[in-house]
Design a protein around this ligand. Structure first.
Ligand code: HEM
Length: 279
């Protein structure tokens, strides 16, 4: 075949989508790709918008995976849970690498965008707040920025009051016969979890008898992977923020870097870290 006829070949591909669903139709690309509306004339605002859109899409998938994981833990179908937790962890890896795209944004470039942001901040990401709640970092105040949106508020309120993924893991330990304190199993789910010696003792036994408790051991390691990666995301966020805005306050009204540094210290699954010292 000559080069010319190659370039004219349609490779057998379907070329007419006047009557049938195309790639763009299936993915609703018209909505997704028309959602980027820079408010400043600055070239770099497109990066700022797209990195947030991409992160929100990944958050949507993480929530999808982790709420299903929690359901599997509840039903004691751990093999499916492991598959989904592993996927959520891989997504976090993507979200962590994404920070290196954003670090190409310099302080002078950001300062040209900042006036257009007003009070908009990731602090108001309801999907991020849902994820924190699913992971057990509960704080009723975080629902307040969403009061103006009854649907989102209701979703957050309901997640605030539901057992977290870790709470369900602990209930599973109890169903498997580990003697956990009632304070751990029946508590106000809207409050963050307080570590308990009976839980550390249970995980210790799991780690000391891995053959006997293989699936719980695997669950513990999957949860730890998740928290490890989430910590790394928080750290890369605060580091990027310090690099771009220094110690200026955030658009969302907090002190900025000092607030975010505090969040890096949040511990989601405390006994899974503590048990390491005892092993
Ligand atoms: C140059 C880029 C960025 C800057 C300067 C920045 C700055 C900040 C600051 C200062 C806060 C604290 C709240 C406030 O007062 O505003 C914050 C919170 C937050 N940002 Fe960013 N951010 C950036 C990029 C991102 C990206 C790409 C995401 C991805 C979704 C993101 C998600 C969040 C979230 C979820 C919070 C709430 C964290 C928490 O409450 O623990 N940020 N950001």
């Amino acid at each position: 075949m000559t080069q010319e006829s190659h370039s004219q070949s349609d490779y057998g591909a379907k070329l007419d989508f006047s009557q049938t669903m195309s790639y763009g139709d299936y993915l609703h690309l018209d909505s997704v790709l028309s959602a980027q509306h820079p408010l400043s004339p600055d070239h770099n605002e497109m990066l700022f918008i797209i990195i947030h859109h991409v992160s929100e899409l990944w958050l949507k998938l993480i929530l999808h995976e982790l709420t299903a994981t929690r359901e599997c833990v509840k039903q004691d179908t751990l093999q499916s849970a492991f598959k989904m937790t592993a996927r959520a962890t891989r997504i976090l890896e993507q979200m962590i690498s994404a920070w290196s795209v954003l670090t190409t944004l310099t302080p002078s470039e950001y300062s040209r965008i900042r006036p257009s942001l007003g009070n908009a901040s990731g602090f108001q990401s309801y999907q991020y707040r849902l994820l924190e709640f699913v992971l057990g970092n509960k704080n009723a105040v975080m629902v307040k920025p969403h009061q103006h949106d009854p649907q989102v508020s209701a979703r957050l309120e309901s997640e605030l009051r539901a057992p977290s993924l870790y709470d369900e893991a602990l209930r599973l330990l109890a169903r498997r016969g580990f003697p956990l304190a009632p304070a751990v199993l029946e508590r106000d789910w809207a409050k963050s979890y307080t570590p308990h010696a009976s839980v550390e003792q249970a995980w210790l036994e799991v780690y000391q008898n891995t053959e006997r408790h293989w699936d719980l051991y695997e669950l513990a390691e999957e949860l730890l992977d998740l928290e490890d990666l989430f910590r790394q995301w928080r750290f890369r966020h605060v580091s990027t923020v310090e690099r771009v805005i220094g110690y200026k306050p955030g658009t969302g009204g907090t002190a900025g870097v000092p607030y975010l540094r505090n969040q890096v210290n949040v511990v989601l699954f405390p006994e899974l870290w503590k048990v390491r010292t005892a092993l």
